[in-house]
Ligand binder design. Structure first.
Ligand code: FA5
Length: 347
């Protein structure tokens, strides 16, 4: 077995001392290109293998020399890389004790807060939540609710018509009509929140676009007492434990009897104050027993089934609940209003 290491000794120690003396990563790379690349001076020595007898020993000597160069090279390259990293870390140092940028927390608009609270109260009483189309057919908004064409009650709920038959719904009672149509004469216990539209002049308590929550219960033996107990419970949960409700007779074509419902003033508890304009009561919704014609039109036998319905304005409830003086504040996107409201909630 021949020993060929002498062929590589000189160049190996030359390259190793160049590597040791190199002052930068770039200089190191230059050495690599010059000696160790495919065409490099060191790599080219391999060609001599053609001339030697013991090719195995030659290859081993070549590889041993190459290994010792590479070890030195890697050691030096690691040293340069570590120096670079240290420099970078020093220049990019972050003071983790500095205070961070604070993000201001969003606050829920009182409208959505109250909508959710109303839903929660009725869901806890076993109601399910239904929705319906905001653009609806005349049939559902009026006719199935016992308001035929040319009925004077249409004047109170004038709205935007897309054509003779299609319109922006003026109340959420239209959702009742949809649900009853698909219930196949079975009992119903639902609430229906949603946007509504009317040709009303905007003022502090009226908007041309507002929201209501409709309630509808249909079953055997449903009576006005059930309606009163339900709304009383709603008022107690929504406003205050000692809230009372008062029924005043009213008129809606789709209920008989019909009532306007007042809640005892949560501010003065019935004594009379500016909030309730001195009366001790505040009107919050319209309600009544479902009219026999409405039951019949949707396939219920009024001799067997009865029901109650109510419709409450969400903004009006929110205004009473949080002392908001103008309904238009809900739609003006004024951040100061929301901030003011967030203070009230935290108080
Ligand atoms: C109705 O809309 C009936 N559909 C309610 C109903 C349902 C009665 C089921 C019987 C049975 P009314 O027009 O009174 O009724 O409106 C009901 C509530 O919506 C009002 O009490 C009020 O809270 C709110 N509301 C009505 N008009 C406006 C308006 N322009 N802006 C804001 N809220 C309004």
């Amino acid at each position: 077995m021949e020993n060929y290491s002498h062929i590589f000794d000189e160049i190996t120690s030359k390259i190793i001392s160049l590597v040791e003396e190199s002052k930068s990563l770039e200089a190191l790379v230059e050495i690599k290109n010059k000696y160790l690349s495919k065409k490099g001076e060191f790599s080219q020595l391999m060609i001599k293998i053609r001339e030697v007898a013991d090719k195995k020993s030659f290859g081993e000597a070549f590889n041993a020399a190459r290994k010792s160069i590479e070890e030195k090279y890697d050691e030096k390259a690691d040293k340069f890389n570590q120096e670079l990293l240290n420099k970078k870390l020093e220049s990019e140092q972050v003071d983790i004790t500095l205070p961070g940028n604070t993000l201001s927390r969003g606050v829920e608009n009182p409208f959505f807060k109250v909508k959710k609270e109303i839903e929660d109260i009725f869901v806890s009483m076993g109601y399910t939540v239904e929705t319906g189309p905001e653009i609806d057919f005349d049939k559902y908004v009026f006719e199935l609710l016992n308001i035929p064409k040319d009925h004077p009650a249409r004047d109170m709920q004038d709205t935007l018509y897309i054509d003779n038959n299609l319109l922006l719904r003026s109340h959420t009672s239209s959702i009742q009509a949809h649900v009853m149509e698909h219930a196949n004469g079975k009992p119903i216990k639902i609430i229906c929140p949603g946007k509504t539209y009317r040709r009303d002049d905007d003022d502090v308590t009226h908007s041309h676009q507002f929201a209501q929550v409709e309630g509808l219960v249909i079953d055997k033996n449903i009576n006005l007492g059930n309606l009163k107990a339900t709304l009383e419970l709603f008022a107690k949960k929504m406003f205050s434990k000692d809230s009372k409700v008062r029924f005043r007779s009213s008129y809606f074509p789709f209920t008989e009897p019909s009532v306007e419902v007042d809640v005892s003033c949560f501010n003065c508890h019935g004594k009379g104050c500016p909030t309730c304009k001195g009366s001790g009561w505040i009107e919050i919704l319209g309600a009544g027993m479902v009219h026999p014609n409405v039951l019949k039109m949707s396939g219920y036998d009024p001799e067997v089934y009865s029901g109650f319905a109510f419709g409450v304005g969400i903004e009006r409830v929110a205004m009473l609940r949080y002392g908001i003086d103008d309904i238009r504040r809900f739609y003006q996107s004024d951040i100061r209003f929301i901030e003011e409201f967030s203070k009230k909630v935290e108080d």
